[in-house]
Design a protein around this ligand. Structure first.
Ligand SMILES: *[C@@H]1O[C@H](CO)[C@@H](O)[C@H](O)[C@H]1NC(C)=O
Ligand SMILES: *[C@@H]1O[C@H](CO)[C@@H](O)[C@H](O)[C@H]1NC(C)=O
Ligand SMILES: *[C@@H]1O[C@H](CO)[C@@H](O)[C@H](O)[C@H]1NC(C)=O
Ligand SMILES: *[C@@H]1O[C@H](CO)[C@@H](O)[C@H](O)[C@H]1NC(C)=O
Ligand SMILES: *[C@@H]1O[C@H](CO)[C@@H](O)[C@H](O)[C@H]1NC(C)=O
Ligand SMILES: *[C@@H]1O[C@H](CO)[C@@H](O)[C@H](O)[C@H]1NC(C)=O
Ligand SMILES: *[C@@H]1O[C@H](CO)[C@@H](O)[C@H](O)[C@H]1NC(C)=O
Ligand SMILES: *[C@@H]1O[C@H](CO)[C@@H](O)[C@H](O)[C@H]1NC(C)=O
Ligand SMILES: *[C@@H]1O[C@H](CO)[C@@H](O)[C@H](O)[C@H]1NC(C)=O
Ligand SMILES: *[C@@H]1O[C@H](CO)[C@@H](O)[C@H](O)[C@H]1NC(C)=O
Ligand SMILES: *[C@@H]1O[C@H](CO)[C@@H](O)[C@H](O)[C@H]1NC(C)=O
Length: 705
């Protein structure tokens, strides 16, 4: 009997036995067991308390909060995809046996780190009859559903009976993404929100305009005016005609609405940022008369500058559904603090007035009150670097609210002389002072320069990923990989949880595999390591997949003969697959019979090209950026080719010969270059379109070889 019980211990059951008053979820969930367990397979319904079905949370960061029943419906979908539990959603005044009853209530335990009531708190109760979720608000109830899903995943759908009351220590928890210097499609942002939300993060700050460093010492005015600079919102309003010249790398109002509503559906608020008066080259490229000598900075003394910035905000404020918007305001000329302060205060008054007080404004920490920046107290600061400010002394002691984005946790995509490319678990679990990271650690050099944990001016923490080196330094999904393994651990610290590194490693893989409503790994279900295998044995419109997965292909106009796919005149083979993420091996035999460039493989995230019309080099394209090898496929010769992704490297092996790595050449100040790995998903949707030649034996494996 003793032995039997021992054998039944799963990872999470072990932690119950250890007697910790918590569930090892991420973030951890305070929970006191009462003995025994409830098997979720007995559940039949989710019942939403009809008294509160249409309630919304007014205290969160979004102006489009879902109702309690909308959150419950999303939870119902997640139970199905993450656990295979198909429950019926109903309304009712009372709980019934074997249901999850979702209601609202109030408790003195719903307190943040400063001891204030928070609408994000919840109570969780598991007993003989099922589960009761009592949210402080619909948003609080939503976070409870994340605990249930996670505990069910690690506990094989069996939950310990008991009760817990939980609330986040801080109200702003999440990430920042530099979409100004690198475009990210709307679908990617939505998938990221699903990821953040699973770990109870509620904030996705998107930087919507920026430019590459315009090296003032070296660049001519003309060169600066042509430098990569982008504004990501696309409006047909004549007032901003010419501001955005990248229609294909922008969000229309519909797309931006889609992102905001999909994210809000999972409790995540998009905080938009439009940068001024520094990092504003895109505005100066539109109106060159508004630039200072350093063209990335707006001349605030020019009579047209403030009206121009106001016009931009007037156009886009109605697009935004967050209570806070961000005007950037970092890295401006320090001899112009007075102009800067007037600008910030003017913009603050303008935004409050335009939105009838429904929105407030945030800026980056740059100039401090003692440097002369007397900014309105209604503006919140987002601290990022100790060399610009000491947030505890400069802002908090002066009564400002501060969001922590200290560069201790900064990331820069692709390469950087100063910052890592991936979040580091050691920084999260040890922190600068050995006891782990926390949102109140704003100064990682001097412990005494940080506010106490219960300081009411600390809004929370947001970890930043910058793209200083522009659009070609990384692929879209590399942003996700910068966060993938360690962001959930940081989410625990942002919430105020206490998951240990050991516990984290014990649950991460299972939790990660269960994150609903996204496939950022671009994984493909497969019975074995071989995901797809086409041998072209028969002449038919259908190409049989011999992997056992049934991913049969369909030929559009090509001939199949001699175990070969004959590609010519734009014919192609279509597969039911999209992309395969890390790791993979895509191998095939190929014989080009013409110099004409063509596509070997194309998919939603990338294209694998044999030449591009100017050069014959084998090239991967992702996000519109080409990554070429110093290699071309030989004409009229069969070559065995393998495209291999291993971690963040992508390589090509031809024949028995050497392996070549796809690299990106990263431009630093336009004067220095660094070669860095580029991680490209395997493109799988169409094979051979525009290519002229033969292909044989296409095999996709889920591992690097
Ligand atoms: C972690 O948090 C839980 C619940 O708040 C608490 O019971 C437990 O003692 C904490 N563990 C540690 C190691 O601090
Ligand atoms: C819950 O109680 C706190 C005080 O304990 C109060 O501030 C808060 O407004 C109450 N919330 C609701 C939804 O009743
Ligand atoms: C900024 O604008 C003012 C007013 O038009 C002008 O006098 C000044 O020369 C401009 N500064 C620069 C650096 O162009
Ligand atoms: C900052 O502005 C001052 C005064 O206009 C000017 O002399 C200086 O060159 C500017 N500094 C930079 C880095 O642009
Ligand atoms: C800062 O601005 C406020 C509000 O405009 C004003 O009352 C205060 O005197 C200013 N402080 C300084 C030091 O200029
Ligand atoms: C590539 O992966 C390694 C190992 O995880 C990591 O140290 C490095 O920072 C990554 N580089 C990029 C460009 O992502
Ligand atoms: C092909 O690639 C080269 C090198 O990246 C580039 O200069 C050229 O413009 C490209 N040609 C086409 C037609 O895309
Ligand atoms: C968008 O269009 C520009 C100009 O044609 C091109 O350089 C860029 O690569 C395109 N971007 C994408 C993501 O296709
Ligand atoms: C191509 O060759 C150049 C010169 O040898 C080298 O610097 C570069 O790294 C190579 N490019 C790739 C993608 O391997
Ligand atoms: C194409 O390959 C040749 C060597 O085969 C190399 O010299 C050239 O730099 C490559 N072009 C690009 C854009 O990488
Ligand atoms: C990436 O862009 C930089 C300009 O920022 C350019 O110098 C570099 O050649 C590009 N790299 C590749 C691989 O095209």
């Amino acid at each position: 009997m003793q032995l039997r019980r021992f054998l039944f211990c799963t990872a999470s059951a072990l932690t119950w036995l250890r007697g910790h008053a918590k569930l090892v979820t991420v973030p951890t969930t305070p929970f006191t067991e009462t003995g025994g367990a409830y098997d979720l397979s007995k559940l039949t319904d989710i019942i939403v308390d009809s008294r509160y079905a249409n309630e919304v949370d007014h205290d969160g960061q979004t102006l489009i909060p879902p109702t309690l029943s909308q959150f419950a419906e999303t939870f119902r979908e997640d139970l199905k995809t993450s656990l295979g539990l198909d429950l019926h959603l109903a309304g009712g005044r009372k709980r019934r046996a074997n249901t999850i009853f979702v209601t609202l209530g109030n408790s003195t335990s719903f307190q943040d780190a400063a001891g204030r009531w928070t609408s994000e708190g919840y109570d969780l109760r598991v007993d003989d009859h099922g589960i009761i979720v009592t949210g402080a608000s619909p948003l609080g109830a939503w976070w409870a559903t994340r605990s249930i899903l996670q505990a069910a995943v690690t506990g094989d759908s069996v939950l310990a009976k008991g009760t817990g009351a939980d609330a986040p220590g801080w109200g702003t928890r999440g990430v920042f993404l530099d979409a100004g210097r690198h475009f990210y499609p709307a679908d990617f942002l939505v998938e990221m929100c699903s990821y953040l939300s699973f770990f109870k993060q509620n904030t996705f700050h998107i930087h919507l305009s920026d430019n590459l460093n315009n090296n003032v010492e070296e660049y001519s005015r003309e060169r600066s005016l042509e430098l990569y600079a982008a504004f990501r919102l696309w409006s047909e309003d004549p007032a901003v005609a010419g501001l955005n010249r990248r229609a294909n790398e922008s969000y229309t109002r519909e797309q931006f609405d889609f992102v905001q509503t999909q994210c809000a559906k999972r409790g995540v608020t998009i905080i938009p940022e439009i940068e001024t008066p520094g990092h504003a080259l895109v505005i100066v490229q539109w109106k060159p008369e508004l630039g200072l000598e350093d063209l990335s900075m707006l001349n605030l003394s020019h009579p047209e500058t403030l009206p121009t910035v106001k016009t931009i905000w007037k156009t886009f404020l109605p697009w935004f559904h967050s209570k806070v918007v961000h005007i950037g305001a970092d890295e401006y000329n320090s001899s112009l603090v007075g102009d800067y302060t007037n600008f910030v205060n003017d913009m603050n008054t303008f935004i409050i007035h335009e939105t009838g007080g429904s929105k407030s404004m945030r800026i980056w920490g740059t100039f401090t009150p003692k440097e002369g920046a007397n900014v309105s107290k209604s503006v919140s600061y987002q601290h990022w670097a100790n060399y610009d400010d000491h947030p505890y002394w400069d802002y908090i002691q002066n009564g400002y609210n501060v969001l922590n984005s200290d560069n201790y946790l900064y990331l820069v995509g692709g390469w950087s002389a100063s910052y890592p490319q991936e979040l580091e678990l050691s920084r999260i679990f040890q922190g600068p002072y050995g006891s782990g990271y926390s949102p109140v650690i704003m100064d990682s050099d001097s412990i005494g320069d940080n506010p106490p944990r219960n300081n009411k001016h600390v809004l929370g923490q947001v970890a930043a990923l910058w793209n200083d080196y522009g659009p070609n330094s990384t692929t879209v999904l590399q942003a996700y990989y910068s966060w993938r393994n360690a962001l959930p651990a940081l989410a625990d610290k942002q919430w105020g949880g206490n998951v240990t590194e050991e516990e984290y490693h014990s649950v991460f893989d299972a939790l990660h595999a269960a994150v609903p409503a996204q496939n950022l790994d671009r994984s493909i279900p497969s019975q074995s390591d071989t995901i797809l295998h086409y041998t072209f044995d028969h002449s038919s419109w259908t190409v049989t997949d011999h992997s056992g997965n049934g991913y049969h292909g369909r030929v559009h106009g090509c001939k199949i003969a001699d175990k070969s796919l004959h590609l010519a005149h734009g014919c192609y083979l279509e597969t039911p697959l999209g992309s395969k993420g890390r790791d993979y091996t895509l191998s095939f035999r190929v014989k080009p019979t013409s110099q004409t460039p063509g596509t070997l493989f194309a998919g939603p995230d990338s294209t694998f090209m044999n030449g591009n019309g100017t050069i014959s080099n084998v090239t991967l394209v992702s996000g519109g950026n080409p990554y070429s090898l110093n290699y071309s496929l030989p004409l009229n010769t069969w070559t065995d080719v393998s495209l291999v992704a291993e971690g963040n490297t992508t390589r090509l092996t031809v024949g028995q010969e050497e392996t070549m790595e796809f690299l990106t050449k990263i431009g630093d100040y336009g004067e220095y270059f660094e070669w860095a790995p580029i991680a490209v998903e395997a493109p799988l949707t169409r094979v051979g379109e525009g290519f002229t030649g033969l292909m044989q034996n296409i095999v996709l494996k889920g591992s690097a070889s």
